[in-house]
Design a protein around this ligand. Structure first.
Ligand code: AMP
Length: 607
C-alpha cells in the first residue's frame, strides 16, 4: 500500500525528504546488505544510488519469488506472432533455466564485469540470457536483432564482449531471416574477437555451427546451476545503446540497486500492478521498454510478464489480454495506430481484467488515445521516456488512491518521483524551451555512459553548470506541474518508436563515392510516426546515382527497420551564411512530422 493519497503528497515527500523517500522505497528490494545512504555524487557528474548496499538483481527477479511461494506462478509467457509458438515458464522453471545458463556462461569463461552481447529477437531465451548475466555479475548488452552486420560490429567493438549470443534466425513477418550470416559479417568487420558464440537453434532456420567457436544455448542451459553472486548496488547491470545528437550510438550504463528500486516502485505507483498481476508489453526486448517492463520490473515485482515476438495484430492483443487476464498493457503509438487500422470492422472488446493501457516512445495525438479508450473501454494514457532514464520521466499514477484530473490525461503527465524538470528557454522570455532535469536524477536512470571519456564530440548530457541533465526534448511545464512535449531539439528521428540519429544516416550516405553532400530530415508517417527522408547532391563525375543505391546502402549498414524510402536529388542544400545546412527549411519543404499544438498555458515554470 502506498503511503500517499494524492500526487501532491507524494511530490512533496520526495522533494522535502528525498533521503527518507528513497530509503523507504528501497525496502521493496531484497538486499544482501541494506542501504544506509541513498545517493552519492561522483566526480564525473553522475550519481551512485545506495552506494553502501549490496544485492543481486536476478535473485530479486527470480529466486526470492520461488522462496516466497510463487514458484508455480507464471513468470514469463511468450507468444511468437511469427511462428505462432507460445511458451509459459513458471518462476521455478525460470530459476532452473537461468541458474543453468549462468553456469554455462561461467564454463565459457564469463566472470563478473565481463560483457555478454545478446543479439536476439524477443524470446524466453533472451530473458534467460539477460538474467543469467545478472546472476553472475556479467554486464549484458542486448542489441536489436534487426541490425545489419556493420551496426552489430560497431557494438561488438564498443563493448568487447567475451561471448555473443544469437538465435539462428529472426523473422520479418513470417519470413525467417538467418542470423548466422549477420554474425559472421559482423565478426569479419569487427576488430575485436569474442571468445565464444552461443546459438539458440530455431526449427524454421537452423544454423550450422562453427566448431570451436559456436555452442548450443539449450545444452549450456543444462550446466550445473550457479547461485546469484553478491554485487554492489552501483555495479553495472547492463549497457544499452541508443542514438543521439553526436551521430554515434552511445552505451547507456544501468546500475543494479537504483534500477531495482525505481522499477519496483514504478510498478505499484505508475502502473497500479501488485504481485501476481499480469503485465503485457509489446516492446522488443532489445529496446529499453523491453528491458524495463518486459523483463525486470514485472519480475522484480512478482508479476507475470507477457512478451511477444514480432508485430502483434489486434486479434493477438485481444487473445493475449483475454487468455492471460492482462491487467496492464504497455505499447507504442505506432502499434496503437496499427490496431486502429485493423480494428475498423471489429466490435468493441470486453476485457474485464484489463485496468489500464499505457503508450510511450513518441507523440500520440489525442484522437488516437480517444480511439483506444473507446475501443478498449479503459483508461489509456501516454507517458514520457528515454532509454537514458530507464523509466518514465513524467507519468500518470494509477497506484495512488486519488484519481488524477481528467484534464491531465491527454498529455504525458507529471514528473515521476525524483525527476525535477525545468525549461531552458531558447529565446529569453519564451515559455517553451529545452526540458532539463535537475541532477541528481532519481534511481533507475543512467549511471554513466560506457567509455564516455573516449566519445568525441562529448555527449553533452550534463549542461555546463553541472546542475542539469539535458533531455534534448523541447516543451513546457504548466502550473499543475504537467509537462507538455513539443519534440526533439536535436537530429534524433523516431521510426516506429525507435531512435535513429539523422546524422548517423547522413554519414552512411555521405560515404557513397557518388555523393557530394546530403541531409536527412524526419517527415510524418501515418503509421510509423516519423520516417527519414534524404536530400542528396550527387557528385557530377559519378552521375547517374539512383535512389535505390542510397536506400540499399543505408539498409545494408543499419538494417531495413530504418525504413528510408524517399531520396530527393537536389542541386544544392540550403545553408546559412556560415555554410551550415539549414535542415529546418528542408523540413518545411518535406512537410515535417507534425508536432503537437502548443497548449494554452497561463502560468509557466522556467529557469
Ligand atoms: P528512446 O530512448 O528510444 O525511448 O526515445 C526517447 C525519446 O522518444 C524522447 O527523448 C522523446 O523525444 C521521445 N518520446 C518518448 N516518449 C514520448 C512521449 N510519450 N511523447 C512524445 N515523445 C516521446
Amino acid at each position: 500500500m502506498l503511503p500517499w493519497m494524492t500526487y501532491e503528497a507524494m511530490h512533496d515527500a520526495v522533494l522535502k525528504q528525498p533521503e527518507q523517500f528513497w530509503l523507504s522505497a528501497a525496502q521493496r528490494v531484497t538486499w544482501k546488505q541494506a542501504p544506509v545512504t541513498s545517493c552519492r555524487i561522483r566526480a564525473d557528474g553522475w550519481h551512485d544510488w545506495f552506494p553502501d548496499a549490496t544485492l543481486n538483481t536476478c535473485h530479486n527477479a527470480v529466486d526470492r519469488h520461488v522462496e516466497n511461494g510463487r514458484g508455480e506462478q507464471a513468470a514469463l509467457i511468450w507468444h511468437s506472432c511469427a511462428t505462432k509458438e507460445r511458451q509459459l515458464v513458471t518462476y521455478r522453471e525460470l530459476r532452473g533455466k537461468v541458474a543453468g545458463f549462468a553456469g554455462g556462461l561461467r564454463s565459457l569463461g564469463v566472470e563478473k564485469g565481463d560483457r555478454v552481447l545478446i543479439a536476439m529477437p524477443t524470446m524466453i531465451e533472451t530473458a534467460v540470457a539477460m538474467l543469467a548475466c545478472a546472476r553472475i555479475g556479467a554486464v549484458h548488452v542486448v542489441v536489436f536483432a534487426g541490425y545489419a552486420g556493420p551496426e552489430l560490429a560497431r557494438r561488438i567493438d564498443d563493448v568487447a564482449p567475451k561471448v555473443v549470443i544469437i538465435a539462428s534466425c529472426s523473422f520479418q513477418g513470417q519470413t525467417p531471416i538467418p542470423s548466422a550470416s549477420v554474425l559472421n559479417e559482423a565478426l569479419t568487420k569487427a576488430a575485436y574477437r569474442p571468445q565464444a558464440c552461443v546459438i539458440v537453434q530455431r526449427e524454421a532456420c537452423p544454423a550450422s555451427f562453427l566448431p570451436g567457436r559456436d555452442h548450443d544455448f539449450h545444452t549450456l542451459e543444462q550446466s550445473s546451476p550457479v547461485e546469484p553472486v553478491t554485487l554492489r548496488s552501483d555495479d553495472p547491470l547492463y549497457i544499452l545503446h541508443t542514438s543521439g545528437t553526436t551521430g554515434h550510438a552511445k552505451g547507456i550504463v544501468r546500475d543494479n540497486g537504483g534500477h531495482a528500486v525505481a522499477l519496483a516502485l514504478s510498478m505499484d505507483l505508475i502502473y497500479g500492478c501488485k504481485p501476481g498481476d499480469t503485465f503485457f508489453t509489446t516492446s522488443d526486448l532489445g529496446w529499453v521498454v523491453g528491458h524495463s517492463y518486459g523483463v525486470y520490473a514485472p519480475l522484480i515485482s512478482g508479476c507475470t510478464s507477457v512478451i511477444v515476438e514480432g508485430g502483434v495484430s489486434t486479434a493477438a492483443v485481444r487473445t493475449i489480454c483475454h487468455e492471460h487476464a492482462v491487467k496492464c498493457l504497455f505499447t507504442t503509438p505506432t502499434q496503437m495506430r496499427l490496431l486502429r487500422q485493423e480494428s475498423r470492422h471489429l466490435p468493441k472488446v470486453i476485457l474485464p481484467a484489463l485496468a489500464h493501457i499505457f503508450v510511450a516512445g513518441e507523440y500520440a495525438d489525442p484522437t488516437l488515445l480517444d480511439w483506444a479508450r473507446s475501443y478498449f473501454c479503459k483508461p489509456v494514457v501516454n507517458h514520457w521516456w528515454q532509454t537514458e532514464t530507464g523509466w518514465s520521466i513524467t507519468a500518470h499514477f494509477f497506484g495512488l488512491p486519488e484519481a488524477e484530473p481528467v484534464s491531465l490525461m491527454n498529455d504525458i503527465g507529471r514528473p515521476a518521483p525524483g525527476f525535477r524538470p525545468a525549461i531552458m528557454p531558447i529565446t529569453p522570455g519564451e515559455p517553451c524551451g529545452e526540458i532539463v532535469l535537475s541532477l541528481p536524477l532519481p534511481p533507475g536512470c543512467l549511471a554513466g555512459i560506457w567509455r564516455e571519456r573516449e566519445i568525441h564530440p562529448p555527449t553533452l548530457y550534463i549542461d555546463e553548470t553541472g546542475k542539469y541533465y539535458r533531455t534534448f526534448d523541447e516543451g513546457m511545464i504548466d502550473k499543475s506541474l504537467a509537462v507538455h512535449m513539443l519534440g526533439r531539439s536535436d537530429d534524433v528521428i523516431k521510426v516506429a518508436g525507435r531512435r535513429i540519429s539523422g546524422v548517423q544516416i547522413e554519414k552512411i550516405i555521405a560515404a557513397h563515392p557518388a555523393v557530394h553532400a546530403c541531409a536527412v530530415v524526419a517527415v510524418a508517417d501515418e503509421l510509423r510516426g516519423q520516417r527519414p527522408v534524404a536530400y542528396v547532391v550527387a557528385d557530377s563525375d559519378f552521375v547517374p546515382l539512383s535512389a535505390e543505391d542510397i536506400i540499399g546502402q543505408v539498409h545494408q549498414m543499419l538494417g531495413r527497420w530504418v525504413g528510408i524510402k524517399e531520396v530527393h536529388f537536389v542541386e544544392r542544400l540550403p545553408t546559412t551564411v556560415s555554410g551550415k545546412i539549414t535542415r529546418k527549411s528542408l523540413h518545411v519543404s518535406a512537410g515535417v512530422a507534425e508536432k503537437p499544438p502548443v497548449p494554452f498555458i497561463s502560468d509557466v515554470f522556467m529557469m
